[in-house]
Write a protein of this length. Structure first.
Ligand code: FNR
Length: 185
C-alpha cells in the first residue's frame, strides 16, 4: 500500500516535511510513504494552460496521486490559511472536476506551525478544499505547534500525546483504504 505525502511548504528545512517523515516512521509494515517533491515547479493556475498545455508538474502529480492508495497532506499556515502554493496545486489537480485523481481518494491532513495553535485553521481549510474536490477526507487534525521544538532526535514527535493523535489519524486513513479495497474485491 502506498501513501503519497505532500508538504505545502517549499522551505528546505520545513517542519511540515519533517512531520511527513515522522508519519512515515509510524506506518505499519507493507505501507510506504512516498514524498512528492514537485510543488515548486507548479505554475499559477491558468484555464488557458489547462486547455492547451497542462504543466508537467501537474501531470506528474496527477499520476502520483492515481498511483497512491491514499494521500497525506502536511500544511503550514500562512496568515491563518492555506499557503498559496498548496492551494494553487490543489486547484490545478481539481480540474476537470469529474474524474480528478483526488475523487474518492482517502485523504488526511496534518500540519505544523511555529505558532501555538499548530496550523489548525490551515488544516481545516485544506480539509474543506479536499472535500470540495471530492476526496474522502479523514475528519481529524494534528495540531503541531511550536514546531521548532516539536521533533525528537529520532525524527518522531517529541510529545507522546501528539504521537498518539498521529497514530489514530493514520489508522483511520489506512482503514479507509482497506475499506475501499475490500469493497472493490
Ligand atoms: C507564517 N507563520 C504562521 N504561523 C501560524 O501559526 N499562523 C499563521 O497564520 C502564520 N502565518 C504565516 C505567514 C507567512 C507568510 C509565513 C512565511 C509564516 C509561521 C509558520 O508557521 C512557519 O513559518 C512554519 O515554519 C511554516 O512551515 P514550514 O515551512 O516549516 O513547513
Amino acid at each position: 500500500m502506498k501513501v503519497l505525502g505532500i508538504s505545502g511548504s517549499l522551505r528546505r528545512d520545513s517542519h511540515n516535511a519533517a512531520l511527513l517523515r515522522a508519519a512515515a516512521l509510524q506506518l505499519p509494515p507493507g505501507v510506504e510513504l512516498e514524498l512528492w517533491e514537485g510543488l515548486k515547479a507548479v505554475p499559477p493556475y491558468d484555464a488557458d494552460d489547462e486547455a492547451e498545455a497542462r504543466p508537467r508538474a501537474i501531470r506528474e502529480l496527477d499520476a502520483a496521486i492515481r498511483d497512491a492508495d491514499a494521500v497525506l497532506i502536511a500544511t503550514p499556515e500562512y496568515n491563518h490559511s492555506v499557503p498559496g502554493q498548496l492551494k494553487n496545486a490543489l486547484d490545478w489537480i481539481s480540474r476537470p472536476l469529474a474524474g480528478n485523481p483526488l475523487r474518492n481518494k482517502p485523504v488526511a491532513v496534518i500540519g505544523a506551525s511555529t505558532g501555538l495553535f499548530g496550523a489548525v485553521w490551515a488544516q481545516a481549510e485544506v480539509r474543506k478544499i479536499a472535500t470540495a474536490i471530492g476526496a474522502n477526507v479523514v475528519d481529524r487534525e494534528l495540531p503541531v505547534g511550536q514546531a521548532a521544538d516539536a521533533f525528537a532526535e529520532d525524527g518522531r514527535l517529541a510529545d507522546d500525546e501528539l504521537e498518539l493523535v498521529l497514530a489514530d489519524l493514520l489508522a483511520e486513513l489506512i482503514g479507509d483504504v482497506r475499506g475501499v479495497l475490500a469493497q472493490a474485491a
